[in-house]
Design a protein around this ligand. Sequence first.
Ligand code: F6R
Length: 246
Amino acid sequence: MKLIRVENYEEMSSSAARLVEQQILDNSRSVLGLATGSTPLGLYEQLIRGVQERNISYKQVQTISLDEYCGLSAAHPNSYRYFMNEHLFQHIDIQLDNTHIPDGTASPVEDECRRYEALIDRIGPPHLQILGLGTNGHIGFNEPGTPEASVTHCVKLEESTRKSNARFFSDLNSVPTHAITMGIQSILKSEQILVLASGKKKAPAVKRFLAGGVSEDFPVSFLWKHPHVTLIVDKEAYSLAAAEKE
Ligand code: F6R
C-alpha cells in the first residue's frame, strides 16, 4: 500500500484530485468508483475546478457509486443520488446516463443488488475507486462482520453509522435503517483504490488499518489483499499512527 501524508483536508483533496485527473488524462473513458460523505467533498470541489480551469473533460467517463440509502428516492435531499448530482455531476460535463448509483426505492431490493453487481461487471470494474473511511472501519456501508466474498447487498446500518450520518438529517429517526452497498468483493475488483482520511475522528481507524492484518470485524483491512491501494491521510488522521511509531 502506498501512504501519502499531507498537512490538512485541503491538501488531501488536491492530492486526490491530481490522481483522479491523471486517471482521466490517461484514459478519457475511465470508470470512476465514487463515495459520498464529508470526506470527498473537497475532492469533488477540486474536480469541478479541474473542468473549469484545467480543461479536464468527463464526457466519456462513467461513474459507479458505492452505495445508496434504502427508501430514499433520487429527489430526496439526503439520497446519495441527490448528493452526487449536487456536489459533482451537475457541475461537470458528465452525461447523467453514465453515472450509476443503486436505486434505493427498487423492489425487491435483492433484484436491484443483482442488477447493480452485473452493471459493475459490465461497465466496470472501476479503474479508480475512491473510498472514505468509517470510524468503525467500514467502507461503503460494509459494516464490521461483512464477509470478504460479499457483492452488492442490502445492509442494516449500525447505530454508530446512523448516529454519525444523522448530522445530514433533521433527526436520528429520519436516518434510514438500511442501505444498498457494493460488497467487499465488488470493491476489491477495482483496478486501483484510493482511500481518503482526514481529521482526528478517523485517527483510531487509520492507526488500526496501518497496523496491518486482515480481519472481518474491520472491513477496510480487506484492502491489504489488493495490490494497488493508496491511502491519503492528513496530519490529524495520521496522529495516532504516528504516535505509535515514536
Ligand atoms: C459513503 C460511504 C461511507 C463513507 C464513510 C465516511 O458513500 O460509503 O463509507 O465513506 O462513512 O464518511 P465521511 O466521509 O462522512 O466521514
